[in-house]
Write a protein of this length. Structure first.
Lengths: 514, 461
């Protein structure tokens, strides 16, 4: 009758995914030890760091250009950095956290396969096809937001699958929350925020008996339950941005945001991906085939099988992961995205889950090996793709010798700048710099309070009148297209010091304030 | 009953002394360090408020894990032979309700229980001739009798119930209000359930619902609130093995244990909630029975405020009464019971009261941004406060949507989304309750019933 809830453990937690945890941990340590922690990861860590340890610690310092969840997750662990400075100064924390999140993603994916009635052996092989997919392994260890995003999406898939199977309204709550959280990780979650309530509405409408008004009313309520957290996440994040930095959607409107970066780099992107639609479609196909060559085949076969068996559960993965995939495809094809390989990362779990549905529908000797092979072939295909810098532009910056040297070089320059400034023993607020570019330096410094940075509430005033605010030096990036300090606090004096990368390219210069 | 548990005196001598000393200390401190006092106050309020919200979410979550309603099917209920049924006493306290007495007889007549095992006692007040006359005109069956409660103070519903319990002959006892429409099988279900659960259970609370949900927005809000209360919060308390504050009617007791416990506190204006805590302190358990009694939802704004302020006042009273000897309470209730007592019994009215203050503060902030507020809200508590404001409100609205869905009333979706309007009403009631607790602690705000009836039929004192 009454069950003590505190003694029950969810089945997911009982299965230790020790193997993938070890692999991901090794990957994380490799990224950290090779000084290859990507700028995107370091900047998320820096955003969290500012809220506690900058000159002006406040929560809004987390920034509004990037969605906050990947930084918020780090907050509870940041005080540990006082004991182990490498956690933040060298980016160790952020890669460890992404490894943990990706391990959890593997556990949830395995549970989804179990709930889709995939037999045990096939389930383990498919879990392996996801867990050991090179893209998943790389993004488990590099600290970027993909692991956090995939975990949220996979939790949404799981909740939606359970709801499609049993129809209990309570399951819409974890579904809604997972989608809301996913928006906290990446703005691509806009796609499931829109798509999932539509699916829920149609499903309830289709499978509820009774008269039409009642079916519509129930469907509407279910759609609200599934959609409200996501919609609120979008509204509240926009509202907070508007109230604090004056922009509803800083990702799109800020000079540091995604849209600004894409337009600033449009020529560079176009030269690789093609400027016109046919060119972009070709590039997109190459990337998709490179990540999951038999995706379309598995998709069609699984949908046909599901349709024959009238089994709606396949729609869980199809809607949640497929909508993100479609969103990124549209963004790229319309020329508003970088076209990174990782923007198609959801095709990896989607292929695995679809293969699972196929096996569950036809667990026969003729079908199982083919479906497994279709999922597994993604691994060698991706290994080949990752060797092609034109398709894997970001990844080649860590995986090829040239790229790794460039990435490491930038990290080392940042550390050198930080060390040189620390050696000058400057007072609090003596160096004015734009944290959108200098985050690596601020993070690496032993004295972060010497910097006046973008999230500080007196930043604008300091840019307008550096000397009046006790600023003694301006730290200017050579490459930052929107460096507010370089563009607005027009320097007049010659630099007292400048820093170059290994190839002699100017990276940073320090200008005295008269 | 043990006078230590009575709300005749709201604050015990020790509590009064403690309160005075605390007030003097705080005042002195506030004169010396006004900002520090304000900051501390804000910090305490914020943490308590956040804890109450988290507690609520945990309850709802716990209620969805496993089965915590006690279900007895129609077949099981009817399977007990008449001669195996115990004598059941139904107490029906009524005051100045001549209009609903006629209906009462037909609703209680629908109970499927052998007449020779059923004892229905109408508890009417001596000065209420109208209702006594109306009842005398309709009482026919030998198993229904009128008991006129002699005039004495306090003139409250629990006092009347105590008088009724003295004369009750049943092995089991329950209470219905005059306008209640109980599930006809409820008594049989209670008998089966209590026998099945064994002697550690001395009480079952049946679910309360409303027959006039669609009358207006207030009744819709009220219905949604009760659905959350009986389908989520109370089962959550059961799941976490916490005390259950009983609802006003449809609680089914073993009569002997109820008498031993001293029955109802005539001075407490929510004697039902208080009894729930006392049951827990005596080591008894309470179950929630899956059987609905339909009541009349309060449809009138003023009437609603009166009723709600009485409930809040009673909850505050109950809270204070059980904090009199904290060590004994901790020993008897354990940490779970203490959490429930503070966050649920004390927390419900205090949160209603605080809501108004906190919203006013928020509006003031957006209109004027007075710098002093930045000083009062120290960062960690400021963030906690923002989280409560944003996520707390959103969470409760969301849970109300869920209730509308799980009670299969999707037409209440709009009502759920408009919940903040209901909270404003709660704040008013909370303020009235706090004021009354100080100046008129035992005053019983009478709720007018029969507002769902056509105008000419209503005749209330």
């Amino acid at each position: 009758m009454s069950v003590d809830v505190l003694t029950r453990t969810p089945a997911v937690l009982k299965k230790p995914f020790v193997f993938s945890a070890v692999v991901y941990l090794a990957m994380a340590v490799w990224f950290w030890h090779s000084d290859l922690v990507p700028g995107d990861s370091a900047s998320r860590a820096a955003n969290a760091w500012y809220t506690l340890f900058s000159r002006d610690p406040h929560l809004a310092a987390i920034g509004f250009v990037w969605n906050p969840l990947p930084s918020l997750i780090l907050l509870p662990f940041l005080p540990l950095a006082l004991i182990f400075p490498a956690l933040t100064q060298q980016g160790l924390l952020v890669v460890l956290v992404s490894a943990a999140l990706m391990t959890a993603t593997v556990a949830v994916l395995h549970d989804v396969l179990r709930r889709s009635d995939v037999p045990r052996t096939a389930r383990l092989v498919l879990t392996g096809a996801f867990a050991l997919h090179p893209m998943i392994v790389i993004y488990s260890g590099n600290g970027m937001s993909e692991a956090c995003f995939l975990l949220c999406l996979m939790l949404a898939v799981r909740a939606l699958l359970i709801w499609l199977a049993d129809g209990r309204a309570e399951q819409l709550v974890p579904l809604g929350l997972a989608i809301g959280l996913a928006y906290g990780a990446r703005y691509e979650a806009l796609a499931p925020v829109a798509a999932v309530p539509v699916l829920v509405f149609l499903t309830t409408f289709a499978r509820t008996p009774g008269d039409r008004p009642r079916r519509i009313a129930l469907a509407r309520t279910d759609a609200v339950l599934a959609g409200l957290p996501g919609v609120l996440a979008v509204i509240l994040w926009a509202l907070a941005g508007k109230l604090i930095v004056g922009q509803w959607f800083a990702t799109f409107s800020s000079q540091y945001g995604n849209s600004a970066q894409v337009s600033a780099n449009a020529t560079g992107i176009g030269s690789v991906t093609g400027d016109d639609l046919p060119g972009r479609i070709g590039y997109w196909f190459q990337q998709m085939i490179g990540l999951a060559p038999l995706f379309v085949l598995v998709l069609v076969a699984a949908l046909v099988m599901a349709w024959r068996r009238r089994d709606p559960r396949i729609l869980a993965a199809f809607t949640v992961l497929g909508s993100v995939l479609a969103f990124d495809a549209l963004a790229f094809l319309s020329g508003t995205s970088f076209g990174w390989l990782r923007f198609h990362i959801t095709v990896i779990p989607l292929t695995v889950l679809l293969a699972g549905h196929l096996i569950a529908a036809r667990p026969r000797p003729a079908v199982v090996p083919v479906a497994l092979a279709a999922a597994l072939i993604s691994i060698p295909a991706t290994l080949i793709t990752l060797g092609q810098p034109a398709l894997a532009r970001e990844e080649s910056e860590w995986l090829t010798a040239d790229g790794a040297a460039r990435t490491r070089g930038l990290t080392l320059v940042n550390r050198q700048v930080a060390a040189d400034l620390d050696a000058m023993a400057l007072p609090e607020g003596a160096v004015l710099t734009d944290a959108a570019y200098a985050f690596g330096i601020v993070l690496a410094s032993d004295h972060p309070r010497q910097f006046v940075i973008t999230p500080d509430r007196d930043f604008a005033a300091a840019v307008a009148d550096p000397a009046g605010h006790g600023v003694r030096y301006l730290l200017l990036s050579a490459q930052g297209a929107a460096d507010a300090v370089r563009l607005r606090a027009a320097p007049t004096l010659a630099p007292v010091q400048s820093w170059h990368d290994a190839r002699g390219g100017l990276q940073w210069s320090l200008i005295p304030v008269p | 009953m043990n006078p230590g548990f009575s709300a005749q005196v709201v604050l015990s001598r020790m509590q009064r002394a403690g309160l005075i000393v605390a007030l003097v200390l705080i005042t002195g401190w506030a004169v010396l360090f006004p900002m520090a006092v304000l900051q501390t106050l804000v910090a305490i309020v914020t943490v308590a408020y956040g804890a109450a919200i988290v507690f609520r979410v945990v309850l709802v979550w716990a209620s969805t894990r496993g089965e915590h309603l006690i279900r007895v099917s129609d077949e099981e209920a009817r399977a007990v032979a008449d001669h195996d049924l115990p004598v059941y006493t139904v107490l029906v306290p009524a005051y100045r309700e001549p209009a609903v007495i006629g209906q009462l007889m037909s609703h209680l007549g629908a109970l499927e229980y052998p007449a020779d095992k059923l004892e229905i006692i109408l508890l009417l007040e001596e000065d209420d001739r109208e209702t006594i006359d109306a009842a005398a005109a309709v009482v026919t069956g030998g198993h229904v009798r009128i008991l006129v409660v002699p005039e004495s103070q306090p003139k409250t519903k629990p006092k009347a119930c105590n008088v009724g319990l003295e004369q009750a002959t049943g092995e089991f006892v329950t209470i219905y209000d005059a306008e209640d429409v109980p599930d006809p099988l409820q008594l049989r279900r209670a008998v089966v359930a209590l026998r099945r659960l064994g002697p550690s259970y001395v009480c079952l609370q049946a679910e309360l619902g409303y027959f006039n949900v669609d009358q207006n927005r207030i009744t819709k809000w009220f219905a949604l609130e009760y659905a959350t209360w009986f389908r989520s919060l109370l089962p959550g308390l059961v799941a976490l093995r916490m005390p259950i504050p009983l609802g006003g009617t449809s609680n089914h007791f073993r009569a002997r244990e109820l008498r031993e416990l001293g029955a109802w506190d005539p001075y407490n204006v929510t004697e039902d909630a208080d009894l729930g805590i006392r049951l827990a302190r005596s080591g008894y358990r309470v179950g929630v029975l899956d059987s609905v009694t339909l009541e009349e939802a309060n449809s009138d704004f003023i009437n609603w405020i009166k009723q709600r302020s009485r409930w809040y006042k009673g909850y505050l009273m109950t809270w204070l009464v059980h904090l009199r000897s904290p060590r004994a309470t901790v020993r008897q209730l354990g940490w779970r019971g203490i959490l429930c007592l503070n966050l649920f019994v004390g927390g419900t009215p205090l949160a209603a009261l605080l809501n108004a203050v906190l919203w006013a503060t928020t509006i003031l902030w957006f209109l004027d941004r007075p710098p002093i507020m930045e000083e009062i809200f120290v960062p960690p508590f400021y963030y906690l406060g923002v989280i409560c404001l944003v996520f707390g409100n959103a969470t409760v609205i969301y849970l109300n949507v869920l209730s509308a869905r799980t009670m299969d009333r999707p037409d209440l979706l709009g009502t759920a989304l408009l919940s903040p309007g209901y909270w404003a009403m709660m704040s008013l009631a909370g303020a009235k309750a706090a004021w009354q607790l100080v100046f008129k602690p035992s005053y019983w705000e009478k709720t007018t019933h029969g507002l769902h009836l056509p105008k000419e039929a209503v005749d209330v004192g």
